[in-house]
Design a protein around this ligand. Structure first.
Ligand SMILES: Nc1ncnc2c1ncn2[C@@H]1O[C@H](COP(=O)(O)OP(=O)(O)OP(=O)(O)O)[C@@H](O)[C@H]1O
Ligand SMILES: [Mg+2]
Length: 417
């Protein structure tokens, strides 16, 4: 018998679940982990596309190949339909997302012994903030990816609404709750009232394209990229004048989804030109090294690890480990420095929460439960931005990484019409 699979296809991590006797049951896709990295690696040696942890492991082991993460953020952009030659096949990024989803389907089928022809998938409330045509296109793209992955039908549920469904136990009838789901790519909100022990009324859902990968990007641009020459002077070929190195390469190098496109001959030539005329020669030499040796993702992982370290109170001296630039080198990242750098983004998340309330005509002090899910909800700077705005709400921490898939698993048990 074919069944319905709940799938949380995340920017950074994905998970799957089914509904058993009215309860959500997580399907383990990888070892004992509840989630798997949304990552792929085209391995040039074995000529295979690796998925999940195997993809990240291959990258970190320095295998020859092409690594990709953050593919979800390409939905709705022109780039997603651009094709390239990978392992002898011409593929666009839709195909790559589809193959990732097909792998989720296959693994779930292996784990459960069922076959899945239908999916209930999460979706961000707004993939691209205010850009409505792009939001609509992103949903169309995702639908098509599910079809290419071999699902006959797919239904979508706003990610925070799924988390709201899975949060019923922590609320009492009459409670007004706000789910705050801060993931890798977007921040999403659902305001709901618990109307009975098992029922919720959704009052509003809202979202903004700010997530953990934007925090990584901001930290990379302000803390790491200057060490590679961002913002530094470049001499003119003739005369004594200088100009500032253009930002484009650095911005892309700090953006997870853009890194794989930087290793072509044109970008390396541009970087070498900058290096030739650089006032800070050693910095631009690092840029050339990162591009030539394809170290962009290693750098991005180092920034992400530094962010998590700086957000962990027990760590005394948080740092970004940049040994790939210079042996054993570290860049200190004290918590207060990080929080200062991320304040503007955290406030954008806070403002989006206010907009979710305004949409439903609810005053901030009427909300009495705040339910945090998503990996980036663990960021102190984000929690502060929300708690300041919702002074009467009691904070609940749902399962940070599985709150959404639990709700999707529950929804997969609903009738299909
Ligand atoms: N302990 C932590 N402290 C701070 N950030 C963390 C921590 N653990 C994970 N993160 C961040 O959480 C993000 C991933 O969260 P999550 O898995 O919820 O995202 P996602 O569901 O893949 O993305 P989205 O829902 O936006 O598509 C990453 O940016 C990661 O760096
Ligand atoms: Mg998510």
């Amino acid at each position: 018998m074919s069944g319905t699979l709940g799938i949380d296809f995340g920017t950074s991590n994905s998970a799957a679940g089914i509904c058993v006797d009215g309860k959500p049951q997580l399907v383990t896709l990888e070892g004992d982990e509840p989630t798997m990295p949304t990552a792929v690696f085209f391995d040039f040696e074995s000529k295979k596309m690796l998925v999940g942890a195997a993809a990240s492991d291959a990258l970190l082991a320095g295998e020859e190949g092409r690594y990709m993460r953050g593919l979800k953020s390409l939905l709705g952009t022109r780039l997603i339909r651009e094709s390239r030659l990978l392992l002898g096949e011409r593929l666009d990024f839709m195909d790559i997302v589809a193959r990732f989803l097909r792998e989720v389907k296959t693994r779930a089928e292996m784990a459960t012994g069922q076959s899945f022809t239908r999916a209930v998938s999460g979706r961000p409330v707004r993939f691209h903030s205010d850009d409505e045509p792009r939001n609509a296109q992103a949903l169309e793209d995702l639908k098509e990816c599910y079809a290419r992955a071999g699902f006959d039908e797919v239904r979508f549920l706003n990610e925070p609404e799924a988390a709201a469904r899975a949060s019923r136990e922590v609320l009492n009838p009459g409670d007004l709750g706000l789910v705050v789901d801060i993931g890798g790519g977007t921040s999403d909100f659902t305001l709901f009232r618990q109307s009975g022990q098992q029922d919720i009324d959704i009052l509003s859902s809202y979202g903004v394209r700010v997530g953990g990968t934007d925090f990584d990007r901001q930290l990379s641009i302000t803390r790491v990229m200057p060490q590679l020459g961002m913002g530094s002077p470049i001499r003119h070929a003739f005369g004594s004048e200088t100009h500032i190195a253009p930002n484009a390469i650095f911005n892309d190098l700090a953006t997870w989804a853009k890194i794989p496109f930087l290793y072509g001959p044109d970008t390396i030539r541009d970087a070498k030109d900058l290096h030739k005329y650089a006032v800070h020669e050693t910095r631009l030499a690092r840029l050339v090294k990162v591009l030539e040796e394809e170290l962009g993702h290693d750098l991005a992982f180092a920034v992400e690890a530094g962010k998590i370290m700086a957000n962990t109170p027990e760590v005394e001296n948080p740092v970004i480990r940049v040994g790939m630039l210079k042996r054993n080198a570290v860049l200190p990242l004290p918590a207060e420095m990080m929080n200062r750098k991320l304040k503007v983004l955290a406030n954008k998340v806070g403002e989006a929460a206010e907009a979710a309330l305004a949409q439903a005509g609810i005053a901030p002090d009427a909300v009495n439960k705040l339910i945090f899910v998503g990996g980036s909800s663990l960021m102190q700077v984000v929690e502060d931005a929300l708690v300041d705005r919702l002074p009467c709400a009691e904070v609940h921490r749902g399962a940070a990484l599985t709150g959404i898939v639990d709700g999707l698993a529950l929804a997969s048990g609903d009738g299909w019409q």
